[in-house]
Design a protein around this ligand. Sequence first.
Ligand SMILES: [Zn+2]
Ligand SMILES: [Zn+2]
Ligand SMILES: [Zn+2]
Ligand SMILES: [Zn+2]
Length: 405
Amino acid sequence: MKKKRTGLLPLFLALALLLSACAQETPAPVGNTPAPSPAETAEPAPPTPTPCAHVWRGGVCELCGEVCAHSWDGGVCGVCGAVCPHTSHDPESCLCPVCGARATHLYSESRCVRCGCEPPFLTRGLPEYYYEECPERGSMEEIDFHALEDPEDNKLREKPAIVYLPFGYGSAERPGPYNVVIALHGAGNNEHGMVDEQHASAGRTISLAQVYDWMLYEKRCEPFLVVSLNVYSLAEEENFTDKGVTLLAERLRTLVLPYVVEHYDTYAADASPEAMREARAHFAMLGVSNGSLYTLTAGIAGNLESFGNFGCFSGNYTETTSLMLRRLSAPDALELPIYCFFTGAGETDFQKKNTLKRYELIVDNYPGLTDGANAFHLDVAGSHSWHSWTINIYDALLVMFQNRD
Ligand SMILES: [Zn+2]
Ligand SMILES: [Zn+2]
Ligand SMILES: [Zn+2]
Ligand SMILES: [Zn+2]
């Protein structure tokens, strides 16, 4: 729809020009100079106004007041650079009726503010086609935190990690910044588990990178990158002790997050504690099994200042819950809101009952969490297995990073 021109400035300019033209006296004929011909006395044609160079702000020109008619391309106006807020969208196709671009569901209190639908959580299994290769696949980079921590020491690959970058990362079509997921594998696994390792699932195999690829391709969630850590190497030989938790929590702060912020396009301006705190709505930690315990301890209890989203699947110990509750009852905890707390387990998982019990304890005791609004618990098909965790992680990513402040 073409918007009406509302600027009054051009009108004033024309009027002023006309008035100044009239004020100039016509020179009196000298001597017997013949009277000018009617053609010469004709009003001079009004000068064509120079076109406004337009300085757009919020879709309106600051100079002439013209309202941009918007020429949308992927949710951004090619003329004035405005970004479409996608105030509504089709619940099925997710297409915005204004700009025609796909806009993800934006959940608040378990309802999409654009279409009113509930988050389409999955509990039985992932879509069939998720087991096939996605047309748009992300890329993976291996890094070694050990070499970064101590470049003099040439023992290589002692603290390996894998960074999953979404398809089109850094391109003009998929500009950043990106949300960050720090992913923690379970006992006996390594940094490949949460990204490129193929896991048995429903008689086939699937990797979590495939799940990320499809979710991003289908715009089911906000764009993110994943940093999958090797928990054993970061916690060293203290893997299952409190000291291991402290080590991991410390290294997240001093090594992992600074590296991620300095090397990738994230929401944090820099890796200072202030900037991390500012951007914590866009930082998440996801863990399965033993990684879930670390998410609770090194994440919520140890680094609530840097992370605002948590997904904890199939892990439980009583002491973990009390450590968390202690952190969440500290005076500053409510100033560090948890935007999304998602837990779950397989229906035949030996940790199922405990995971739910812990969820209820935490949500009941921490006023910053409300079930169904920013806290979710879902039991899904499967046992203490990757089949369940791929579904759990899919569900968590659907509602994560919804806070756009
Ligand atoms: Zn203008
Ligand atoms: Zn425009
Ligand atoms: Zn739109
Ligand atoms: Zn929606």
